[in-house]
Design a protein around this ligand. Structure first.
Ligand code: SAH
Length: 519
């Protein structure tokens, strides 16, 4: 075989020709609602132009230069802005760039995506359009409302309730909409609800028909209010909703009482700060989202590769001389095993050495390198790991893959049990010096409900990082959760109150504790 695929280039990049524009639907808010095709395009992009409704979190999937277009108000500004967008897309593509125009929802539903496509076609630029989940279906499904239903609605109309300010009178044929035999979904600004509902009633739609307003649909801040065509406007006003918003009119709204699900998720409505190093936070963030919460990445500790690998490299050829290797973090596993692999060796280097992991998550990471942990303590903490190992280690050689900084209880316990312990730092860890300004702003505004602390050093570092303004929310809007009693003790010593401690000493355990607290 002469044609081996290059292993380090994304196959996507090679399959997409340069000098092309992808009009990609970003979905209504939840980053998980982007299509796989959309993801491929983002990964391949050199330049991303995204609109105000597309979730900026999606930019984590691209290395492209990214810019946001916020439409300016007023007919003049708006038109200019759109022309400018078209020009930018065309200019970038002409330079041979792979361009993604990322648009909220579906590009061809009320998003002017078709106007952009026409401009590209006229300029002779190759383009592709990737559909997205439009706000109507996103909002309906995430509210437990089925827009069609065998008994209630066999048709659905998507209507733009945004009035074009250049048009003197309403462009909507309300008498026809009033007679429409099915569900009506209005894409509209909140200030339009009253005019729309009153016009429908005046045109003969029943004032007692069910209606819902869904705001910031599919995001962690989604809000839903329900009522009737007659009452929904004042209900929505009282709820002080925030844009963007949709109005759904139809009997199917009533189903929500049984089929709502978003609000039933354990972390619904909660914003949770994750203090883990960015490289290790991905799984936790995904889990928080899965449970219906919003995750805010706010590392208090950073981890990085060692500057000096001499000590590690000296031990790699001698791993089989150890009776036990002990891993107390995912990062320790990855760093040591990656170095082993890069040195040209593989799992056979371990010989008969047995492996201990501090908890299931660390054991799972070993498993991802096809190594099985021989020992995991029932309680995921250094004391328990030491106690579980102690009976096996008298006269034995133990290798502990540790961080440059950390607790010393484990080697002390093992040495007391008669072991010969080698402490091998395999990664560096240090405190963060400041939070990202966006995180700081949210903390200051009391816009974070919980901060999860997963190690004593994270707790101590948080005590340094929390600004006086953020501290005013402590114990009220903002609470702290500790992964274990050891972390709790470190936090208290650093002057931070802990509202809840996990029963199982993992991030899952921590999230369970938070969910139980707020139920
Ligand atoms: N192309 C987009 C719609 C663009 S028009 C789509 O397919 O969804 C913008 C309007 O869409 C907003 O004014 C609002 O009415 C609606 N909208 C977009 N995202 C929304 C969301 N997350 N929740 C509620 N309404 C939303």
């Amino acid at each position: 075989m002469s044609e081996l695929a290059p292993s380090d280039t994304g196959s996507v990049r090679t399959s997409i020709r340069p000098g092309v524009v992808y009009l990609v639907g970003a979905g209504p808010g939840d980053a998980g609602l982007l299509t796989l095709r959309g993801l491929e395009c983002l990964r391949a992009a050199d330049f991303v132009l995204y609109d105000g409704l597309a979730n900026p979190d999606l930019l984590q999937y691209t290395n492209a230069l990214a810019e946001r277009t916020a439409r300016v108000g007023g007919p003049q500004g708006r038109h200019l802005e759109q022309t400018e967008i078209n020009d930018r897309l065309i200019a970038a593509a002409r330079k041979g760039k792979t361009v993604v125009r990322l648009k909220g929802g579906d590009p061809f539903i009320f998003g002017r995506g078709s106007e952009e496509a026409v401009a590209l076609a006229e300029a002779g630029i190759p383009f592709e359009v990737v559909p997205g989940i439009t706000a109507a279906t996103g909002a309906a499904v995430y509210s437990g409302i089925s827009l069609t239903h065998r008994d209630h609605a066999s048709a659905v109309a998507l209507i733009t309730g945004h009035e074009d300010p250049t048009k003197p009178e309403s462009a909507l044929p309300y008498d026809q909409l009033a007679g429409f035999p099915g569900t009506l979904v209005f894409y509209m600004g909140l200030h339009r609800i009253d005019a729309i509902t009153q016009s429908l009633i005046q045109s003969g739609r029943s004032p007692t028909e069910s209606a819902a307003v869904v705001c910031q649909a599919t995001t962690p801040r989604q809000q839903v209010v329900t009522g009737t065509l007659q009452t929904i406007s004042s209900i929505a006003q009282a709820a002080r909703l925030k844009p963007p918003s949709l109005l759904i009119v139809g009997d199917c709204v009533r189903l929500r009482d049984q089929t709502r699900w978003v609000e039933r998720r354990p972390l619904h409505g909660l914003t949770i700060g994750v203090t883990r190093p960015a490289e290790q936070a991905e799984e936790t963030i995904r889990r928080i989202r899965q449970l219906g919460g919003e995750a805010v990445l706010m590392p208090t500790i950073a981890v990085g590769p060692l500057h000096d690998w001499t000590a590690v490299d000296a031990i790699l050829p001698r791993l089989a001389e150890y009776d036990w290797a002990v891993f107390t973090s995912v990062n320790g596993v990855d760093q040591l095993l990656r170095r082993l692999w890069q040195s040209g060796r593989d799992s056979r280097a371990w010989g008969a050495c047995r492996l201990a992991a501090i908890g299931t998550v660390t054991a799972e990471r070993l498993a991802s390198w096809h190594l099985r942990a021989d020992l995991i303590p029932t309680e995921f903490r250094a004391e328990a790991l030491g106690a579980a190992l102690a009976p096996h280690v008298a006269g034995r050689r133990i290798l502990w893959a540790r961080a440059t900084r950390g607790r010393d209880i484990l080697p002390a316990t093992l040495r007391a049990a008669g072991a010969d312990v080698t402490e091998l730092p395999v990664y560096d860890n240090y405190d963060t010096t400041a939070f990202d300004p966006r995180v700081e702003e949210r903390l200051t505004q009391g816009d974070v409900n919980w901060i999860g602390l997963s190690s004593p050093s994270a707790a101590r570092s948080l005590a340094q990082l929390l600004s006086p303004a953020a501290r005013t929310h402590l114990g009220g809007q903002l609470r702290l959760a500790a992964i274990s009693p050891v972390t709790e003790a470190a936090a208290i010593e650093a002057g931070l109150p802990i509202a809840v401690v996990a029963r199982e000493y993992t991030w899952d355990g921590l999230l369970d504790a938070i969910a139980a607290c707020d139920r």
